[in-house]
Write a protein of this length. Structure first.
Ligand SMILES: CC(C)(COP(=O)(O)OP(=O)(O)OC[C@H]1O[C@@H](n2cnc3c(N)ncnc32)[C@H](O)[C@@H]1OP(=O)(O)O)[C@@H](O)C(=O)NCCC(=O)NCCSC(=O)CCCC(=O)O
Ligand SMILES: Cc1cc2nc3c(=O)[nH]c(=O)nc-3n(C[C@H](O)[C@H](O)[C@H](O)COP(=O)(O)OP(=O)(O)OC[C@H]3O[C@@H](n4cnc5c(N)ncnc54)[C@H](O)[C@@H]3O)c2cc1C
Length: 615
C-alpha cells in the first residue's frame, strides 16, 4: 500500500535520541548479521507464491492446511538451497533466522516446524555417527516429527505406555499401542504431512523394561504417502491456535522396525539383546532441554512483534484530551499506556539476552557431555525449566496486555495480536507445562537448601542461601545491584518456607511425594522476603515513573530498532507507515460478506420473517 507516512509517526521518529541502526545491530549481534538477515528477508519475502490473495481467516480448516503446506515446501526448498550455499540461517543467537520470517508467511504455524526444529536436531544429537550418516542426507525423502505425548500422558513421561519390544529372532523392535490412552496425540506435522517419526517408547528386552528410548519409525509410504500396514494415523482437529501445524494422532499395531532404528549415540541394544546403559539416564530428554532453551529467544521475538504493533498504534491513535481545552492526545501519552507497553519492550530485551546466554551455556554443557562430563547438566536443566516457564507465561501475559492496549481494534484478527497471543500461550503448555517445569526447578533449589540448612558446603551459585541463614543480607538499596540482592533474598526466603513446610509434612508422617504435593503451591509461588520497606517501594515507584517519561520520546525508535518488516508483522495496526485506518478499511473490504450488496440469507431467512405480514 503506497502513501504518506502518518504525521505523528514522522514526529516520533524525529524525537528519537539514539541511533536506531546501532540498536538493531546490537539486537542482531553485529552489523554483519543484520546484513545477512536482510538478504534472507528480501530473498524469501519476494517469492510471490508465498502471499495469499484471501486472508487466512476466511479459509476452511482443510484449505488452511493445504495453503500452509504449499508454502512450507516452497520454504523448505529455499532452505535447502541456502544450506547448500552455506548460509547459516538457524543460528539461535539472534531472531534473524528463517523462523521469524515464517511468522509472516504462515501467520500461523509452519506444518514443518517440528520436522525442521525437532526431528533433525534430535537425530543430530542422539543418533550414532553411522545412523547420522544414513539419515541426515540433504536429499532425504523423510519428512519427520517428534512423537512423544500420548492421549493419557503428557507431563509425566515416565507414564508413557507405547512399547518397543526387542525380538532377537528377527533383530527387530515391535512398536505397539496397547490401549486408547497410549495413542500418540499432538505431534506437529503428524496429521497429514510426516512419513517418518521419532517415537518415545518404553523399551522391553526379555521381559525387562529399561524405560523410555527414542526410535525412528517410517509411518507412511515414501511414494504413495499411504499409512504403512499396522499404522493408524490422522489429524486431531481445530485448536485455539496452531491450526496449520497439522498436529496428529498415531497408533501402532505390532509395527516392526529394525533394531538399528533405535537412536544409539548414548545408549545401545546389541544384536544379542544386551542393553548398554547411557552415562546419564536423562540424556534421552535432551531434545526437550534444547527446545526449552531455544524457546526463550523465540518468545522474546514474539514480544518484540507485539510491542512494535502496540507502540506504533499508540503513537497514531488519538483518544481523549488530557486537559479539557486541548486536542485529543496520542494514547502513548497516557502514563498507564506507557506502563503497559514499555515493560513489553524491556521484557523482549531481557529474554533476548537471557536466551542468548542460555544458548551459549547449552553449547558449553553439550561439549562437556561429549567429553563424558555430566556435572553441569542438572543446573542447565533447572535453569531451562524455570526460564522456559516464566518466559512463556510473561510473554503471553504481555502480548495480551498489548492486545488490550489497542482497544477494540486489537481484537481484530487483522491486528495480528490474537494470532501472536494464541501462538505464545501454547508455549506455556507444550515442551513442559508451566507448573510442572517450575516444580523441577523447585526440586533443584530445595536440594541446595537442605545442604544449607545442614551447614554443608554449597556451590558458589548458592552462597546466598548461607547469607540468608546467617542474616547476612544487606539493607535494601534502590539500585540494580540492590534489586538483584532483593531477588536473592526472595528466592532464599521462599525456598526456606517451602522446605520448612515439606519438613513439617514429613514430621507429621507423610511420605515424601505426598509431602511434596502438599507444599507445591509454596514451591511455585513467590512472595516478598527481602528487607524492602514501604518507603523503598514508594521511591522505586517514582523512579519507575521517571523512567517511563525518559523512554516516552524514544518509544517508536525502540520498536523500529527491532526492524521487523511489515510482511512479518502482518498487522493493520503496526505497519511502519502507521496508515492504520486505511489498512483497516482495505482489510474489511476483503471480507466475503462484502461480496454481495445483499447477502442471499436476507431472501432466505430474514425477509420471510420481517416482511411476513406486509406482503
Ligand atoms: C517433568 C519431567 C522432567 C519428569 O521426568 P521424570 O523422568 O519423571 O523425572 P523424575 O523421576 O521426576 O526425576 C527428575 C530428575 O531428572 C532430572 N531431569 C529431568 N529432566 C531432565 C533433563 N532434560 N536433563 C537433565 N536432567 C533431567 C531432574 O533434574 C531430576 O534429577 P534429580 O533426581 O533431582 O537428581 C518429565 O516428565 C518432563 O520433561 N515432562 C514434560 C514433558 C514435555 O516437555 N514434553 C514435550 C513434548 S514435545 C513438544 O511439546 C513439542 C512442542 C512443539 C514445539 O516445540 O514447537
Ligand atoms: C500446540 C501444542 C503443540 C504440541 N506439540 C507436540 C509435539 O510436537 N510432540 C509431542 O510429543 N507433544 C506435543 N505437545 C504436547 C505437549 O508437550 C503437552 O501438552 C505438554 O507436555 C503438557 O502435557 P499434558 O497436555 O498431558 O498436560 P497435563 O500433564 O495433563 O497437565 C494438566 C494439568 O495438570 C497439572 N499437573 C500435571 N502434573 C503435575 C505435577 N506433577 N504436579 C503439579 N501439577 C501437575 C499441570 O500443571 C496442568 O495444570 C503439544 C502441545 C500443544 C498444546
Amino acid at each position: 500500500m503506497g502513501g504518506r507516512v502518518n504525521e505523528d509517526l514522522i514526529k516520533e521518529r524525529r524525537k528519537c535520541t539514539f541511533d536506531i541502526k546501532e540498536l538493531t545491530h546490537i539486537i542482531d549481534c553485529g552489523e554483519e548479521n543484520t546484513i545477512k538477515r536482510k538478504q534472507i528477508d528480501n530473498y524469501i519475502l519476494n517469492i510471490k507464491e508465498l502471499w495469499d490473495d484471501v486472508p487466512e481467516e476466511y479459509l476452511s480448516h482443510k484449505e488452511r492446511y493445504e495453503n500452509a503446506i504449499k508454502k512450507a515446501f516452497i520454504v523448505l526448498k529455499v532452505l535447502r538451497q541456502l544450506h547448500t550455499g552455506n548460509i547459516q540461517i538457524t543460528d539461535h543467537r539472534t531472531p534473524t533466522n528463517v523462523y521469524s520470517i515464517q511468522d509472516g508467511i504462515f501467520r500461523n504455524v509452519n506444518p514443518l516446524l517440528i520436522h525442521i526444529g525437532l526431528f533433525w536436531s534430535t537425530i543430530a544429537a542422539q543418533a550414532s555417527t553411522e545412523q547420522q550418516a544414513e539419515w541426515l542426507q540433504p536429499d532425504s525423502s523423510m519428512i519427520g516429527t517428534y512423537v512423544q505425548t500420548e492421549l493419557g500422558h503428557g507431563s509425566f513421561i515416565r507414564g508413557i505406555e507405547t512399547t518397543a519390544t526387542y525380538d532377537s529372532t528377527t533383530d527387530e523392535f515391535i512398536l505397539h499401542t496397547p490401549r486408547l490412552s497410549a495413542y500418540k496425540w499432538w505431534p506437529g506435522g503428524l496429521g497429514n504431512t510426516a512419513n517418518a517419526c521419532l517415537v518415545m517408547a518404553q523399551l522391553y528386552i526379555n521381559g525387562t523394561c529399561h524405560g523410555l528410548h527414542i526410535f525412528l519409525a517410517q509411518i507412511r509410504d515414501f511414494d504413495t504417502h499411504k499409512p504403512l500396514p499396522g499404522i493408524k494415523v490422522g489429524e486431531i482437529g481445530p485448536k485455539m491456535g496452531f491450526n496449520t501445524a497439522d498436529n496428529g494422532f498415531l497408533g501402532f499395531d505390532n509395527h516392526r522396525i529394525p533394531r538399528t532404528n533405535m537412536l544409539m549415540k548414548n545408549v545401545q541394544v546389541l544384536r544379542d539383546g544386551t542393553y548398554v546403559k547411557p552415562k546419564h539416564d536423562k540424556l534421552t530428554y535432551g531434545s526437550m532441554l534444547l527446545t526449552r532453551v531455544t524457546l526463550i529467544s523465540d518468545l522474546a521475538y514474539q514480544l518484540s512483534k507485539a510491542a512494535t504493533i502496540a507502540v506504533r498504534y499508540s503513537a497514531v491513535r488519538r483518544q481523549s484530551p488530557i486537559k479539557s481545552n486541548e486536542p485529543e492526545r496520542q494514547i502513548l501519552d497516557f502514563v498507564s499506556q506507557q506502563h503497559k507497553l514499555f515493560i513489553t519492550i524491556a521484557s523482549s530485551h531481557v529474554y533476548r539476552v537471557v536466551g542468548l546466554w542460555m544458548w551459549n551455556s547449552h553449547k558449553r554443557v553439550t561439549a562437556d557431555i561429549h567429553e563424558g562430563n555430566m556435572g553441569q547438566l542438572p543446573e542447565l536443566h533447572a535453569l531451562a525449566c524455570c526460564l522456559k516457564a516464566i518466559s512463556s507465561r510473561d510473554a503471553s501475559a504481555l502480548v495480551e496486555q498489548c492486545r488490550l492496549a489497542c482497544g477494540g481494534h486489537g481484537y481484530m484478527m487483522a491486528s495480528n495480536l490474537p494470532q501472536i497471543y494464541a501462538y505464545t500461550t501454547a508455549a506455556v503448555t507444550y515442551e513442559g507445562e508451566y507448573t510442572v517445569l517450575l516444580l523441577q526447578t523447585a526440586r533443584y533449589l530445595v536440594k541446595f537448601w537442605r545442604l544449607a540448612a545442614e551447614h554443608k558446603p554449597l556451590p558458589q551459585n548458592f552462597a546466598y542461601f548461607e547469607d540468608y541463614i546467617k542474616k547476612n543480607f544487606e539493607q535494601w538499596r534502590n539500585s540494580p545491584e540492590g534489586i538483584i540482592e532483593g531477588f536473592k533474598a526472595i528466592v532464599a526466603g521462599k525456598t526456606k518456607a517451602a522446605y520448612d513446610t515439606l519438613q513439617c509434612n514429613l514430621r507429621n508422617g507423610r511420605e515424601f511425594e505426598e509431602a511434596w504435593n502438599m507444599a507445591s503451591v509454596q514451591l511455585t509461588n513467590a512472595s516478598e522476603y527481602s528487607t524492602i520497606s514501604r518507603n523503598d517501594i514508594e521511591a522505586l515507584q517514582s523512579r519507575y515513573e521517571e523512567l517511563l517519561a525518559l523512554i516516552r520520546p524514544n518509544a517508536v525508535g525502540l520498536v523500529d530498532a527491532f526492524d521487523i518488516r511489515d510482511e512479518v508483522l502482518c498487522s493493520t495496526l503496526g505497519a511502519y507507515d502507521g496508515r492504520v485506518y486505511e489498512r483497516m478499511m482495505e482489510e474489511a473490504s476483503k471480507s466475503p460478506l462484502n461480496e454481495d450488496v445483499v447477502n442471499e440469507s436476507f431472501h432466505k431467512y430474514i425477509r420471510p420473517v420481517t416482511m411476513k405480514n406486509k406482503l
